[in-house]
Design a protein around this ligand. Structure first.
Ligand code: AMP
Length: 251
């Protein structure tokens, strides 16, 4: 069984985000970019499943500009067997990515498609659900534990929900999206970074996959959150109560 993992190149989680002066989005030039953390978790899970003998191949997939190849190389260095890059320079929304992933699934026929629960740049949390809908596959979102039964061809997925833990049993093939507590992703070792250089990255364009990435969604503007006002140091409890009543109006 093959496992396909969708990995997105995003602004590194440690970078302080700056909004572009024309409010069209966030600044990405000269900014450190990395693999979306939830996608790292997805890739780690796929590698663990393969290492336990339940999968034959892990394929990392990324959609976006040419620099996505760097992110895919990181995925190959972590242990993915090969990678696919769908090169698209236009702004991509989840439905377009979901359509492209579906087209790749039709080509590769994996038994499992793993995605992050959300990308930390757009916080959409939509792509996994949309691709499951397009494929008409069962989905286990926000997975905090995954157990595969190859004989019965099912995946048992635990999800942390408000009231506790929900356990789902999915017939394979299925879509799984990963939550933070699923695992701790590995670091790529130097020998694996060297090995990754010779692994194959296949390229497609959306046209070659017969997918129209034109979106009927438009981001109108992106703005920074309002700056927090400076705090006030009060000299007594009475003054604090007065401020809370008459300034902050919270009591
Ligand atoms: P989102 O729905 O945008 O929050 O993204 C959820 C997940 O979908 C990500 O963690 C990735 O696994 C996948 N995904 C979204 N956009 C891309 C992309 N451009 N390339 C590869 N995977 C993506």
């Amino acid at each position: 069984m093959k496992i396909m993992v969708a990995i997105k190149r995003v602004v590194d989680y440690a970078v302080k985000i700056r909004v572009k002066s024309d409010k069209s989005g966030v600044e990405t030039s000269n900014v450190k970019m990395s693999m979306n953390p939830f996608c790292e978790i997805g890739l780690e899970e796929a590698l663990r499943i393969k290492e336990s003998g339940l999968a034959s191949e892990v394929i990392a997939v990324s959609v976006g500009p040419s620099q996505c190849v760097d992110t895919l190389r990181t995925g190959l260095a972590m242990g993915a067997d090969r990678a696919i890059h769908v090169e698209a320079s236009a702004t991509l929304y989840p439905l377009s990515v979901a359509k492209l992933l579906k087209a790749l699934v039709d080509v590769e026929k994996p038994g499992l498609l793993i995605l992050g629960k959300q990308a930390i740049d757009d916080d959409c949390n939509q792509t996994g659900q949309m691709v499951a809908g397009l494929l008409n596959w069962p989905q286990g979102t926000f997975a905090s534990k995954v157990v595969l039964d190859k004989e019965k061809e099912v995946a048992t997925v635990e999800r942390e929900v408000d009231g506790g833990l929900e356990t789902l049993c999915l017939d394979l093939p299925a879509v799984i999206t990963t939550d933070l507590r699923l695992n701790q992703p590995r670091y790529a070792t130097l020998p694996n970074i060297m090995k990754a250089k010779s692994k194959v990255i296949k390229k497609f364009t959306p046209q070659e996959l017969n997918v129209d990435i034109k979106s009927d969604l438009e981001v109108v503007q992106v703005t920074e959150p309002p700056k927090r006002k400076a705090g006030v140091i009060v000299s007594s409890v009475d003054e604090l109560i007065d401020q809370l009543k008459n300034e902050a109006h919270v009591i």
